[in-house]
Design a protein around this ligand. Structure first.
Ligand SMILES: [Zn+2]
Length: 127
């Protein structure tokens, strides 16, 4: 199939929708863990400011890094989960109401043409 490597249609085609969806939820929540680690790092650096002979420049650099990583992780968290939900909401076959059992026939940047494995009904999924 001519699905571009590394894209959502290719990933769904390879693993099946349900397993793709589970993985998306896991990777989405991994960003939440990263956010917590970044927050703890920033708090640690903040606390170290009160230590004698602490290098303030290093601490400021650590806090900026933690803030950037944390903001990125938060953004990824929402992006991944919202996209997974958006696609999951369109994963039901309009003919036989089967959830998440379809073949990807054609993939685009933010859409794909899918075909129900149960009844052969075709529809378009967008995100
Ligand atoms: Zn169907």
């Amino acid at each position: 199939m001519g699905l571009a490597a590394g894209t959502i249609p290719q990933a769904i085609s390879k693993r099946g929708f349900r397993r793709w969806y589970e993985r998306e939820l896991l990777s989405g929540h991994a960003n939440l863990v990263l956010l917590i680690v970044a927050t703890l790092g920033a708090m640690g650096a903040l606390e170290a400011f009160s230590f004698e002979d602490s290098d303030h420049l290093v601490l400021i650099a650590s806090m900026v890094t933690a803030a950037v990583v944390g903001a990125w992780a938060l953004r990824r968290y929402f992006t991944v989960l919202m996209r997974a939900e958006l696609i999951a909401n369109q994963a039901v076959c309009g003919e036989c109401q089967t959830y998440g059992r379809f073949e990807v026939e054609h993939g685009e940047h933010q859409a794909m043409q899918v075909c129900c494995r149960g009844c052969g009904h075709r529809w378009r999924v967008e995100w």
